[in-house]
Design a protein around this ligand. Sequence first.
Ligand code: ADP
Length: 563
Amino acid sequence: MTGMEQALSALKQYFGYDAFRPGQASLVQAILEGRDCLGVMPTGAGKSICYQIPAIVSKGLTVVISPLVSLMRDQVDSLEEAGIHAGFVNSTQSADEQALTLAQARQGEYKLLYVAPERLETPRFVTFAQQVNIELLAIDEAHCVSQWGQDFRPAYLGIGDFIDQLSHRPKVAAFTATATEHVRRDIVAMLRLRDPYLAVTGFDRPNLFFDVVKLETRDKNRWVCKYIQDHKSESGIVYCATRKETEELCEMLNRHGITACNYHGGLAPLQRDKAQDQFVNDDVQVVVATNAFGMGIDKSNVRFVIHHNMPESIEAYYQEAGRAGRDGENARCTLLWNESDIVTRRRLLDMDSGNDRLTTQQSELVKASHRQLLQTMIGYCRTTSCLHEYMLHYFGQDLGQASLGLSPAVPNEDMVCDSNDGGEEVSKSCKTCSNCLSTFATIDVSRMARTISRCVHDVHQAFGAGKIVQILLGSQSKDILDRHLDKCPSYGALQGEHAARVRDVLNQMAADGYLTITEGRLPLVQFGPKAAQTVRGDFHYEIKQVQRKRLTVTDRGAKSDLT
Ligand code: ADP
């Protein structure tokens, strides 16, 4: 039998599955051929199989590095149930238990051994690792190695040194659901992957209808209530940003005759379990929750996920929204947002005191990365293009090699990309997102765009969007006069226009690269890479605006009549 035939037979024998999912086969094959790998797949896509199958069909030991100590026992139990010998060593065990597990692993009793990254720093484990034949080192949640990631964990930085101490270098397979260029580059560089095979797959969820609705804060609850009343037979999740919001909204839904429970980290464990059971068993139609809800919850018939506020990143959004339609049937993911969500998110980022295990420099990098993640989330809310495409583009599934963003300075730039594995592609009009179903009016805003650009020049790129709009509209506010901004050549150049329109155009120019908005506590409007085009005589600029007519999506049984 070839390696892949063995792999398929193990998939059937131990897991009962007939076929690999997109991306899995090529990753398994690459590992069996002895290559390092980087697998980028969303949560739930099946990353574990990618290293468990090679572990089963290989002779030596597979060490799995996982940050989630609390899940190790469950993972090992389910492998043992399937007839695969596995163990774990972590801080929940006594010293004797740890020693026993290592002794058993040394005698070849396990196919897989799970450890947390901190374990690799202990002399006892290093000695163990030098004595056994580690064939594969699988690194779960590999983005934790990156200071640009959401979940930087300093111990991941020691993995490269750990590998260097081994007399025989194992194959190294890293897995993550995080997609940003910085993070991928860090994974390759910090884990010292050699000529890694890259697979980016499984991000497209064609059965999900994505919908973005811009709404004033005061209208959000009413919108949610009406949506749920119109979909009485459907189970759904509403995500809110704060505990208080979940309580208020839940109460309102109950008052309107909707069976809903709420869930957040402030509830006692018993209350949380109760809420979860009620939702999973369909005793309530809706759970109103913070992002504490969802991990490990397996409910396949969730028909809608509504976000009451803008999440902090596309990754977070995709993971939460992705809890809809697990059964493959159609489901709807709606994101309600407005400009004040952005202000709130930025404030939360600034207030975040960070992780006290990080140095000041590391904390700054983490913050900068969070700002960048938020910026991409804002882009999702503002885009008038296909929402599926935006997401696939973000996760790099449609980009292949380019998505790695590997500059020649980084080793392994000749990574192979398998982005088309599974043949997932989104057509020009996907028909499963609100943008592709909306009609847009195209408005010529060339003059306005040119004027905005001139104002940014006049003020030496030293002011934020609010001030620029005030200057252009000719505001008489005290601050403008005190700073003599009324002397600026473009002062009042857009007098009579609506502030909201000027802001929209400015934001769109930033999204399109004519301007950039700097990150930081006081974001400044500066020139973007395409800024020079705005002074050209033939400069033409249009923006699309969704027609404020009622949008009805009958084929999904979902009406969004408050757009
Ligand atoms: P991830 O680690 O990517 O979040 P998991 O490895 O936990 O995902 O897998 C998610 C679920 O998908 C598990 O229940 C797993 O058994 C299932 N699964 C994985 N691969 C396959 C497959 N080839 N066919 C069917 N189900 C699969």
